[in-house]
Ligand binder design. Structure first.
Ligand SMILES: CC(C)[C@H](C(=O)O)[C@@H](O)C(=O)O
Ligand code: SF4
Length: 474
């Protein structure tokens, strides 16, 4: 038998039927549902009088529109949401999950959080499964060796009714991470550096698998950060082969298999790693020793540089789209050619999102914040990716470190990653952000976003300007 990649194994294990034109009907094991992208699919289910084929394989949660503050001392949000649109979106999701018998992570319950954080935390995300969600950052779940990808509204309806989807196989790309990184260089820096190198569409059409000693040594949180960011390189699928780190993370989680089923599952999951000699359509080797802390300076994720590198000079570029894009980005961001990012003053720091809202991220940020103070004039918020992450952080005392330093400690949600809730920038405000997208207006109309790691965002909050966390230390 020819050697297969992880992606090819996952694909083959889910083909229900090969279709003409190279497509296949793929069986879908799991579907996560949030309030923003799911309404249309439920409407079509209602209109056609259908029931969900396997309601227990779906999981609902409200994350994008939810406020991350509550007027109540006990933090309860239900019934307190002032924004009428947000309240309506959440009420609609709650009616849908009730009427269609979909398991739901209650807004004020212990499992609420961002779709891509709670899937793994609850053990809903498992190796060897197909996982879809009406959300582009579904790539995150590939960190477990699951075939996970974002889908559109009509596809959500298809999965609800048929538990299957028509798909065309992607090409394969391997990114091997080798070498020794600086202790203050994180998965976020590696992902941004890769995107800067290959471009915001550099992995389009490819399922990206991360391999190499650096990935093997990474926590699940860091692997998720890498896979999460691959959509920003144009890839719908990021992957890491499951290993002992994966199994240790999952064992005992609420929805993970138990007892004999666990043993059997692990035995199967161990067969998923790409075979020796498996061929990829593209290969890239990255020496992480060469990667410095990264900061995006522009309005696409590939407009990213090491924190100490001078910004490009559009005048030096030949006439064409690249020159115009650089000019436009510098103008929108209020930056000048040749300057470095370290020293650019910020108004906001945001630590959170499905890219960097996990306990490891909060620890890294707290390590920098410990014993220091947020600079005057900076609004800094820490938004755990889930209620469980928030509780774990509080058990470790991270909330105290942040509060004492002058950060706001919030309830879980997408928050300032996306301008769909109360947390947003005003025109001209500038944010050091651990999220994943920096296009014009992403964090609020006229707002300016700089993508970076949690340690870098904490350093910026403390200094009042973007700073090299290596010179500050953790
Ligand atoms: C709202 C949702 C559909 C969207 C996505 O698909 O990713 C959001 O999560 C984002 O990050 O832009
Ligand atoms: S945290 Fe941001 S990127 Fe992630 S799902 Fe929410 S809006 Fe999308």
């Amino acid at each position: 038998m020819t050697a297969q990649t992880l992606y090819q194994k996952l694909w083959a294990a889910h083909v229900v039927a090969d279709l003409p034109g190279g497509e296949a009907l793929l069986y879908i094991d799991r579907h996560i549902v949030h309030e923003v992208s799911s309404p249309q699919a439920f409407v079509s289910m209602r209109e056609s009088g259908r029931k969900l084929r396997r309601p227990e394989t779906h999981l609902g949660v409200a994350d994008h529109a939810v406020p991350t503050r509550s007027p109540r001392a006990d933090g309860v949000r239900h019934g307190t949401i002032e924004d009428a649109q947000a309240a309506a979106q959440i009420a609609e999701l709650e009616a849908n999950v009730r009427d269609f018998a979909v398991p739901y992570a209650e807004l004020d319950g212990p499992e609420q959080g961002i779709v891509h954080v709670i899937g793994p935390e609850s053990g809903f995300t498992l190796p060897g499964t197909t996982i879809v969600c009406g959300d582009s950052h579904t790539t995150t779940h590939g960190a477990f060796g699951a075939l996970a990808f974002g889908i559109g509204a009509s596809e959500q309806g298809t999965v609800m009714a048929a538990q299957a989807l028509r798909q065309k196989p992607a090409k394969t790309m391997r990114i091997a991470l080798e070498g020794q990184r600086h202790p203050l260089v994180f998965a976020k820096d590696i992902a941004l550096a890769i995107i800067a190198r290959i471009g915001a569409d550099g992995a389009a059409g490819h399922a990206v698998e991360f391999t190499g000693e650096v990935v093997r040594a990474m926590s699940m949180a860091e692997r998720m950060t890498l896979c999460n960011m691959m959509i920003e390189a144009g890839s719908r699928v990021g992957l890491v082969a499951p290993d002992a780190v994966t199994f240790a993370y999952l064992e005992g989680r609420r929805l993970a298999p138990k007892g004999e089923n666990w043993t059997k599952a692990v035995a199967y999951w161990q067969t998923l790693a790409s075979d020796e000699g498996a061929a990829y359509d593209r290969e890239l080797v990255i020496d992480v020793a060469e990667i410095a802390p990264q900061v995006s300076w522009g309005t696409t994720p590939d407009q990213t540089l090491p924190v100490d590198a001078p910004l490009p000079d559009p005048a030096a570029l030949p006439d064409g789209p690249a020159k115009r894009q650089a000019e436009k980005a510098l103008a929108y961001m209020g930056l000048a050619a040749g300057q470095t990012m370290a020293s650019v003053p910020i108004t906001h720091a945001f630590i959170g999102s499905c890219t960097n809202g996990r306990i490891e991220d909060l620890r890294a940020a707290a390590g920098v914040a410990y014993g220091r103070k947020v600079a005057a004039g900076v609004k800094a918020i820490v938004v755990p990716g889930s209620a469980a992450t928030r509780a774990a952080a509080e058990a470790e005392g991270l909330d105290k470190i942040f509060r004492e330093a002058g950060f706001e400690w919030r309830l879980a949600g997408c928050s300032m990653c996306v301008a769909m809730n109360d947390d947003r920038l005003a025109v001209g405000e500038r944010c050091a952000s651990t999220s994943n997208r920096n296009f014009e207006g992403r964090q609020g109309p006229g707002g300016r976003t700089h993508l970076m790691s949690p340690a870098m965002a904490a350093a910026a909050a403390i200094c009042g300007h973007i700073a090299d966390v290596r010179s500050l230390g953790a």
